[in-house]
Design a protein. Sequence first.
Length: 472
Amino acid sequence: MERVLIVRVGELTIKRGKTRVEMERLLLRAAKEAATECGNVRFVREPGRIYALGDIDCLRNKLSRVFGVKSVSPAYVIIFEKIEDIVDAALKLWGSAVAGRKFAVRVHRVGEHSFTSRDIAIAVGAVLTKAGGKVDLENPEVELFIEVRNNRAFLYTEVIEGPGGLPIGSEGKVLALVSGGIDSPVAAWMMMRRGAHVDVFYCNLGGTFVARLVVEVIKRLLSWSYGYNARVVITDCAPIGRTIRRNVKEELWNIAFKRALYLTARKVADIVRATALVTGESLGQVSSQTLQALAAVERGLDIPVMRPLVGMDKDEIIQLARKIGTYELSIKIPEYCAIFSKRPKKWATREEIEEIDLAIYDAVIEVVKNIKIVKKRELDSYIASLSPPQDIEIESLPPDAVLIDLRDQKSFQKWHLPGALRADPDDVLTLVDRLGHDKTYVFYCYSGGLSLDVAESLRKFGVKAYSLKLRK
Ligand SMILES: Nc1ncnc2c1ncn2[C@@H]1O[C@H](COP(=O)(O)OP(=O)(O)OP(=O)(O)O)[C@@H](O)[C@H]1O
């Protein structure tokens, strides 16, 4: 008996003519890329499904992640002449597996035969009962599927759900704004699932420590992008941060950063030829995601902004993030922002947006000029190349340095280094503004990652800053 993976295609079966042919071609292209790690593989196409032959366990895992695939089933296939051949195969395969267990035989049949689906179910049920199983169609412990297609029969017990949707490339291209947080990778994934080519845009306000973590998230996200060597556009957004802090009223910092993100992404969309932007915003999730706030930041943008999560609850988004595999990586990313205002305005008037645009214009142009584009297949070497400045980590305090503890209040109260002040990462720049940009600052935190990042991002603001290596 030969083993084969049945790959059932989903929504594209309702497409007709040229569209259908093109979608099948794209699906097969994605399936071939997904199967590259599975060694020698052969694909056979049939209406509504594909068969994959080769290392079935590997193929099962990979092809159940291809967009456009509704489900897959590892199956045994036989060529038969009479019903007894199917019954024999079922007994050989499942005789010992059903002993002492309740089972149900589900038969599906296509083609002209001298017997019905029910005949097969009865005959197979009878031999398996003799082998020690018990028929229970309502609550079986094991379901046995037999699909008869002309002179072939497929026998299987598993139906593994695929992601569904449409093959990647069947829609146009979009640029997804990905922060590395929980939501935006899910939004990007949902656009991939609808067949879009998804390129990714990440605006880094921090240092290489966070950038590395974010790119790991993006890499995991793009591990679904079979059939498309997606582009990741990474930008150092420090010029935007500096400009906003200098030239925008503090209550508008948050909106100004969002606006800068949108404007930068708008320009990047032209470079990568994307037709729409995608964000991970969901209506009302946080105060910056009210209708008014969303309308304010996308005013006059002249490109569709898609928000696939707009109607979803946070727990639904988390569930999807877990399924995609990005959740565990996203929650490792420390959330802080150098341009975080304590009393932010929730939305802005047309005039305020115009003022913001004017204030950030040059910074946006500078950031766009310095974008780095990395292809999906180059992400590993890009991640390896990311390392913080060599001299940023120190083991002893320079004289007159201001020492800052970035841990939470409770940990600080329990113990802290002599002379240390405590600050939330969000507040560091404000503190530095107050104490003076000419001093030397040294940070420490729990594991050394956040302090590295805060020091690195402060340096982008022209401040002498270090991360202290704590002895364990
Ligand atoms: N640094 C960034 N680079 C690229 N896109 C970003 C960045 N920060 C935010 N975005 C985009 O703006 C959206 C809204 O960001 P916001 O911080 O308001 O929400 P969020 O709920 O924290 O989103 P997420 O969970 O995706 O970080 C994000 O979903 C993402 O699409």
